[in-house]
Ligand binder design. Structure first.
Ligand code: SAH
Length: 270
């Protein structure tokens, strides 16, 4: 007969889960179920507190990152935390803002899990470009205006001589461009897009904290958006949507006014 006391716990599974852009109702049912059942949750700053409130109260919470200059756990360290927790027999939810495979380093984490022989699943989430566009009233494709969409990161320093993104080329595509992490370098990026041939009056929409109570949006043009958004105090987390479709937000915006109405109700009630 086996001596059970010497048996080690079976290795757990790691779920790389997208938490969506902020509004807890945009969480998938699968993400909700896994959060409620997780033994451990490894999360970062982009995940809203209302979503963390859905977690199994007994789950071990491991915080691995804060925006802008604050504590940020190195990527390799995050990967070894996931491996260690799974080897301790825990089912782990690695919770990320938006979608884990869109500018979320989910690919690197999945590769590390494969190398360590840990079972994993990927749970997609509503990525912030889709959510920002939907809540701001911008159809990313439209038969009259755009038939392709590009997701780009503005995180890379665009003045680097060996910059991997050739911004000038994207100015020629006629696609809707969705810029993640683009606020810091917006001036250079929009200048390079214009150098590539994008007309200065092309509409550009900044959407900050999309889908949350702090949602704000600003419609401008690529010639003016960097300056105007800076003057209006816009900052991360924000998506910039560039292309003719962005102008439809003047007609189709529905969420910003709902947020303003709610704020008005709260102000008049207090
Ligand atoms: N995996 C995430 C992206 C992470 S990169 C996703 O799929 O959405 C972080 C960037 O995402 C931010 O700098 C910002 O550009 C964008 N972002 C995340 N949440 C956002 C939100 N609620 N509103 C606008 N942009 C957001």
């Amino acid at each position: 007969m086996n001596d059970c006391s010497t048996q080690v716990a079976p290795t757990g599974t790691v779920y790389l889960v997208g938490a969506g852009p902020g509004d807890p109702e945009l969480l998938t049912r699968k993400a909700h179920r896994l959060l409620g059942a997780a033994d451990a949750i490894v999360h970062d700053y982009l995940v809203a507190p209302e979503i963390m409130a859905l977690a199994n109260p007994a789950a071990e919470l491991v915080f691995v990152g804060k925006k802008g200059g604050g504590f940020c756990c190195p990527q390799r360290e995050i990967e070894s935390i996931l491996v260690r927790l799974a080897r301790a027999g825990k089912n782990v939810v690695r919770l990320k803002g938006g979608d884990p495979f869109v500018f979320g380093r989910g690919g690197e984490e999945a590769e590390a899990l494969v190398e360590a022989g840990i079972a994993f699943e990927i749970v997609p989430g509503v990525t912030s470009a889709l959510a920002a566009a939907a809540y701001a009233g911008v159809p990313l494709t439209h038969r009259a205006h755009a038939s392709s969409v590009v997701f780009l990161t503005g995180h890379e320093d665009p003045t680097k001589p060996d910059s991997v993104i050739h911004w000038e080329d994207y100015g020629k595509l006629g696609a809707t461009l969705c810029l993640y992490m683009g606020m810091k370098n917006l001036e250079t990026i929009t200048r390079r897009l214009q150098a590539g041939g994008l007309a200065p009056e092309t509409p550009a929409l900044v959407v900050q904290s999309a889908t949350t109570g702090d949602h704000r949006q600003l419609l401008s043009t690529i010639a003016k958006v960097a300056l105007e958004s800076e003057h209006a105090g816009f900052g991360a987390p924000a998506i910039v949507v560039i292309g003719e479709v962005a102008a439809l937000s003047t007609k189709l915006a529905w969420f910003q006014s709902a947020v303003a109405d709610r704020a008005g109700v709260c102000a008049s009630a207090s």
